[in-house]
Write a protein of this length. Structure first.
Length: 221
């Protein structure tokens, strides 16, 4: 059963406008906590809650909130998918990813899709509220340690989709010959992919490559 909640639009006077916020997260306890936290702020109001990605897109279309607080991993449609769908309708939408995942690939994909902020769920209350106000004002908010990860991801070069396929099979312990058989290419081609992966991830072994790729959220173990 749908857990989406829609709050009727609130008309604010020009002298006291409030930032309308949509919360999208599949954990009800966290949503409730954010609603409570935001309720203490005179210049903010929660206009809707969504428990999955598709509900988030639907509620955004109905409510047109000023800012979206969006989890990255959700049922139905993930956070990056939500960002892409919403920004296809309105590229000026202000979205803050609020997640537990800090892999540089997660950050890169979210920012590349159009998120204006990326915060971890253990962010201090004051920092979260400040980020909402800053993103609403048109700024981009990315904590320094996450910005450094993003910069490292960009410097390291992009791992191709085929190289990710190779990494997933490497994680299963398959040899170059076995990987080539699965992907219908020669072992020599796989050897070239592995060499490229090592260079892009700055590693010297298959085990390091798999661990690094998992840490960067390129693959899931």
């Amino acid at each position: 059963m749908s857990a989406a909640k829609k709050t009727p639009k609130v008309k604010d006077t020009p002298k006291n406008p409030r930032i309308g916020i949509l919360i999208a997260d599949d954990h009800s306890v966290l949503r409730q906590g954010l609603v409570s936290l935001i309720g203490f702020e005179a210049d903010m109001i929660v206009v809707g809650e969504a428990s999955n990605g598709r509900e988030a897109v639907d509620l955004w279309r109905q409510q047109r909130p000023d800012v979206i607080l969006l989890d990255l991993r959700m049922p139905e449609l993930d956070g990056v998918g939500v960002i892409k769908q919403i920004r296809a309708d309105d590229e000026n939408t202000r979205i803050i990813v609020l997640t537990t995942f800090d892999g540089d690939e997660d950050i890169y994909r979210a920012i590349q899709a159009g998120a204006k902020g990326y915060l971890l769920k253990d962010v201090p209350r004051e920092a979260l509220i400040d980020s909402i106000r800053r993103v609403y004002a048109g700024e981009t908010c990315l904590p320094v340690h996450l910005a450094n990860k993003l910069a490292e991801r960009i410097r390291g070069g992009s791992v191709s989709e085929r190289e990710i396929d190779v990494l997933k099979l490497m994680a299963q312990g398959k040899s170059n010959k076995e990987i080539g058989s699965v992907l219908f290419v020669s072992a020599g081609t796989i050897k070239s992919h592995v060499k490229s992966i090592f260079a892009k991830l700055n590693v010297n072994s298959r085990a390091e490559a798999v661990a690094n790729a998992a840490h960067r959220a390129l693959i899931q173990l």
